[in-house]
Design a protein around this ligand. Structure first.
Ligand SMILES: C[S@@+](CC[C@H](N)C(=O)[O-])C[C@H]1O[C@@H](n2cnc3c(N)ncnc32)[C@H](O)[C@@H]1O
Length: 284
């Protein structure tokens, strides 16, 4: 949601802004253009491949890149010698590049391992989690983070399959999950394994914990009047943002209800259908 993000960030030439989720660099480029050559963007991503690509494709713009978790924004700012910033953007979740990379397990057709980590050097890959967790724990995780009503059936099917042989590839796992879900008529718009993949991705990357910590720490480095814009794709994430922005000592919430993508953006990028944007200004 580039138009809405830029409008709420209210950037001016010379300002300093953090893009906590570089991804494919679309938003970062717009932020760099808005602050101009006298300003600067600090672009963060957990994914080292996103950082490499950004550094290559956005060379020449006033951007500093950091491979880090956005919950560590204060440490990243310390490292580049910046005390406070004028704005922060978080566009959380998965990038199109990650989805398209068949070696990382984000796509249902990926023949690579079911990994699902944003930073492939940190934490436990999803295939290990699904081979290790007790079926009840797996079911709870799929239910909570995926809001999947067939979580128990899916967990039972996983437990039976891994008795025969350990789960490895993302494609085989997607088929296994799909086989546990009753056929629906008309068929759903999304792949039957979508919610389970989302749940596992949120778990292996500790996505809710990162967002919660970032929401607590960002105000310490945002100047009074500075803006925070968060775009999320999951109701649990949106709830964290909504709750944080309710703090009357810290935030002046600029979005009473979350903004959604305009039809033209949904037409061009169907995943933006579930995007929810909230914005707030830091109080003095
Ligand atoms: C939806 S994409 C961002 C797309 C980007 N705004 C663009 O214009 O292309 C989300 C990105 O955030 C990264 N990410 C997710 N959680 C993160 C975290 N806690 N810290 C840093 N990066 C994170 C992912 O690796 C992914 O590249």
């Amino acid at each position: 949601m580039p138009r809405e993000s830029l409008s709420f960030l209210a950037l001016e030439p010379g300002m300093t802004v953090v893009d906590g989720t570089l991804g494919g660099g679309g938003h970062t480029r717009l932020l760099a253009q808005a602050v101009g050559p006298t300003g600067r963007v600090i672009a963060i991503d957990r994914d080292p491949l996103a950082i490499d690509r950004g550094a290559r494709e956005l060379a020449g713009l006033p951007i500093r890149f950091a491979q880090a978790n956005f919950r560590d924004i204060p440490e990243v700012l310390d490292a580049v010698g910046v005390e406070t910033v004028d704005g922060v953007l978080l566009d959380v979740g998965l990038s199109s590049d990650q989805l398209a990379d068949r070696s990382r397990g984000f796509s249902f057709e990926a023949d690579g391992p079911l990994d699902l980590r944003f930073d492939p050097t940190e934490g436990e890959p999803a295939w290990r989690l699904v081979n290790r967790l007790r079926p009840e724990t797996l079911a709870d995780l799929i239910y909570e983070f995926g809001e999947e009503r067939y979580s128990r059936r899916i967990a039972r099917r996983i437990a039976a399959a891994r008795e025969r042989q350990p789960i490895e590839s993302a494609r085989d796992f997607a088929r296994l999950v799909a086989s546990a879900i009753p056929r629906q008529s008309p068929p759903p718009r999304i792949h039957p394994a979508t919610r389970t993949f989302q749940a596992l991705r949120i778990a292996v990357n500790e996505e809710l914990k990162s967002l919660q910590i970032a929401l607590e720490r960002i105000p310490t480095r945002l100047r009074p009047g500075g803006r925070l814009v968060v775009i999320s794709f999951h109701s649990l994430e949106d709830r964290l943002v909504k709750t944080a922005f309710r703090s009357p000592q810290t935030w002046d919430c600029l979005t009473r209800s979350p903004r959604e993508a305009q039809p033209d953006e949904v037409g061009a990028n169907s995943r933006s259908r579930s995007a929810r944007l909230r914005a707030a200004a830091r109080l003095a």
